[in-house]
Ligand binder design. Structure first.
Ligand code: ZN
Length: 299
């Protein structure tokens, strides 16, 4: 049986959610993104990293994935060293929680958060020019991956969605992996982002063959007209409630010899609690795995 793991938001009652996972027989989790300070200024501040560390240690829970705060390329080169330091601190957080994986959003510029995030990133990269941006991005990644290697962490890049035209597919990430060529650099395939950007998640996973792979699994209905914006479409549903072909995703994961945990990022359904979302995900996932077995046996 494959191992399943679930994302816990650092803004939730982290200890209570860990207990719910353990009660459902799930001994591993991931920790979601700690937002930069300007995010949600009116909301609660970031929970201290040490408080989450305590909850993890208390239960001897395994952390398999941590969502880092990206920000690879500063518009002003004078701010680049500061951007690199911030990224290194994210690696430190993953290392403190003993997570082998940290996930960053692919090509995320270092800039203050804006509500139209994907559009804002596209504009910033367009203004700088993609070649100049990528030169700094790749150099920064190489340094971050060197640092991550010393801390036992692998950096995984996650495609986002429309209207971020520079980063909505695994296909767009592969040239970066080849250019940086670091054993601690890989892909995070977010099934939801790929599906709502109009790509076939199974096909995109196959492209990652040979590179370190991490997962963010959840479902949605694909691109939603009229504007195909990721924020309208990325519903984080329990697998099976949307339109992703999950047996095909499972077969693709087998094909690329994926041996890590099936990591689910926030799967839920309207009116359902965290626990109900996890329960339904476990149930559906095991059904999809047996369906994948059936498909495989037919060749
Ligand atoms: Zn994700």
């Amino acid at each position: 049986m494959t191992n399943l793991a679930f994302d816990i938001s650092p803004y939730s009652d982290v200890g209570a959610r860990m207990d719910e996972l353990l009660a459902l027989g799930i001994p591993s989790c991931g920790i979601g993104e700690l937002y930069p300070p300007e995010y949600y200024q009116s909301r609660a501040p970031n929970p201290p990293v040490e408080a989450i560390t305590r909850e993890i240690k208390k239960r001897n829970l395994k952390v398999v994935s941590v969502h880092g705060i990206g920000g690879f390329v500063a518009q002003d080169p004078a701010h680049q060293p500061e951007a690199i330091e911030k990224l290194k601190r994210q690696i430190d957080v993953a290392a403190e929680w003993m997570s082998p994986v940290v996930v960053f959003h692919f090509r995320q510029p270092a800039m203050p958060w804006e509500e139209v995030e994907m559009a804002a990133w596209t504009v910033k990269i367009g203004q700088m020019g993609i070649e100049k941006f990528d030169a700094i991005f790749h150099e920064t990644l190489a340094r971050i991956c060197d640092y991550a290697a010393t801390r036992g962490v692998t950096v995984h890049l996650e495609a986002m969605g429309h209207p971020f035209s520079y980063g909505h597919s695994v296909e767009q990430i592969i040239p970066t992996l080849k250019a940086v060529n670091h054993k601690n650099l890989g892909v995070c395939a977010d099934s939801g982002h790929l599906h709502c950007s109009g790509h076939d998640p199974a096909g995109q996973i196959r492209l990652a063959k040979g590179f370190p792979l991490a997962l963010h699994l959840n479902d949605n209905f694909g691109p939603v007209p009229p504007n195909y914006d990721i924020y309208d479409s990325d519903l984080h549903l329990v697998p099976g409630l949307g339109t992703i072909n999950w047996p095909r995703v499972i077969l693709a994961l087998r094909e690329v010899n994926y041996s890590g945990p099936m990591f689910f990022e926030g799967p839920h359904f309207p009116g359902g609690s965290f626990r109900e979302g996890v329960e339904l995900t476990i149930r559906n996932w095991r059904i999809f795995e047996s369906l994948a077995d059936k498909l495989a046996s037919r060749g």
